[in-house]
Design a protein. Structure first.
Length: 412
């Protein structure tokens, strides 16, 4: 068996909007919005620099249908670079770019092969004696076990299975193309290139069954380094290593607040929490969520002056590193009484607001219905995200209740 190398990537989500970035600096917001494209360009650069034998992408090249052809033209441009370098590309459709979802097309270079969606298909690289087997999604929701229909391996060749799947379940990802590790092993392939799950995971080493994760984090739910997998095969022996491609990152820091901390003291605690933030960034801009926890006598003031405090928190971030950008401040502190709070809930006439503490089922259902209406109108596939508005209905209602109480002068 010959020696060769390839890159296994998945979940590019080109065209995906970033969630939660309501930045005042338009240039910074644009930098984060373009991160997914820069990550794919970095992947193509590495493929060419390493002179790999082929690239395979296990689903979700696009985040949803295009509003124009810009995304398709960008993808074509990058694949054309690979074509000129003599690197074949194998594509598989996932749930976000299923056959039924993408209505616009751009003719791709001749080095591109796309797996069928109505049944499993096989592509071969005769020089390398490599056979790639895969089936893409015809519809956004694929609930059947596609792996069971994959063909037997070609004897004496290196066989690769390509599949967009949640396996037996990976929360919060939808349970698409469900199957077990044993289902995959039963095919007798030498490597399984999976997609759909956005976290890097080596599910098995014998044979290698790997989720590379997505190329670029897009929200606070996708933290840490992101990239693809470089696979090397030497006389049938498989080794793999992670390739980092992301150009921006998301992270969250919890900051414990003491009861008597005033606002300047809380800001100092934020700066202390960010002392080693450069280690997380690794030279990349960072969208940071700060979660305040503990007990505070200034809880009501934090809520009532939310925008002013957010600006102060952003300034504190920049005192730690010039490329840390605040994604959100979550106030999760309990009221400790004192300078920033008042008592007498009943005298404030806030019974209706306080009743929201229990968040009745009917209220949650109504909120979820409204969120669904809004999500359906969001651009660029954002409404297809697991949490279209960045948080679930219960969290959004709780935040609204807290803000109303703070402005009215109440407390928990």
């Amino acid at each position: 068996m010959s020696s060769f190398s390839f890159i296994h990537a998945a979940d590019l989500h080109l065209g995906s909007p970033f969630q939660g970035l309501a930045m005042k600096d338009a240039a910074v917001a644009e930098m984060f919005m373009e991160a997914s494209r820069r990550a794919f360009t970095a992947l193509v650069n590495q493929a060419i620099d390493r002179n790999v034998d082929f690239l395979l992408i296990a689903g979700d090249v696009y985040d949803g249908d295009w509003k124009d052809n810009k995304i398709g033209l960008f993808f074509n441009r990058e694949l054309a670079r690979l074509d000129r370098a003599g690197i074949p590309v194998f594509l598989l459709k996932g749930n976000h770019d299923a056959e039924s979802v993408i209505t616009k097309t751009i003719t791709l270079p001749q080095n591109v092969r796309e797996f069928p969606v109505n049944k499993p298909g096989t592509f071969t690289l005769n020089r390398l004696k490599v056979a790639l087997h895969g089936q893409g999604f015809a519809e956004r929701s694929a609930t059947e076990n596609l792996a069971r229909g994959y063909p037997p391996p070609q004897p004496g060749w290196f066989n690769i299975g390509v599949l967009h799947t949640s396996l037996t379940g990976r929360e919060p990802h939808a349970p698409y193309a469900p199957c077990s590790v044993e289902d995959l092993r039963s095919r007798g392939y030498d490597y399984w290139a999976l997609g759909h799950v956005h976290d890097y995971e080596v599910v098995s080493e014998n044979p290698p069954i790997i989720f590379p994760g997505n190329l670029q984090g897009r929200s606070i739910r996708e933290q840490g380094a992101k990239g693809a997998v470089l696979v090397s095969v030497e006389d049938g022996t498989v080794t793999h290593e992670r390739m980092i491609t992301d150009s921006a990152r998301f992270a969250q820091k919890s900051v414990l607040v003491e009861a008597e901390d005033d606002l300047p003291a809380i800001l100092r605690r934020i700066e202390t929490a960010l002392e080693n933030v450069a280690d997380v960034m690794e030279g990349r801009p960072l969208a940071l969520r700060i979660r305040l926890t503990g007990r505070s006598s200034y809880r009501r003031e934090l809520l009532a002056r939310a925008q002013d405090f957010r600006d102060e928190a952003q300034a504190a971030c920049h005192r730690c590193h010039e490329d840390v950008w605040l994604e959100k401040v979550e106030v999760r502190v309990q009221d400790a009484g004192g300078a920033g709070s008042v008592g007498g809930q009943q005298s404030l006439g806030l019974d209706g607001l306080l009743a929201l503490e229990t968040l009745p089922v009917e209220l949650l259902a109504e909120a979820q219905a409204r969120i669904a209406e809004i999500a359906a109108r969001l651009p660029g596939g954002l409404g297809a995200q697991d949490v279209a508005l960045g948080d679930d209905a219960e969290t959004l209602l709780a935040e609204a209740r807290d803000l109303l109480l703070a402005r009215a002068g109440g407390s928990r």
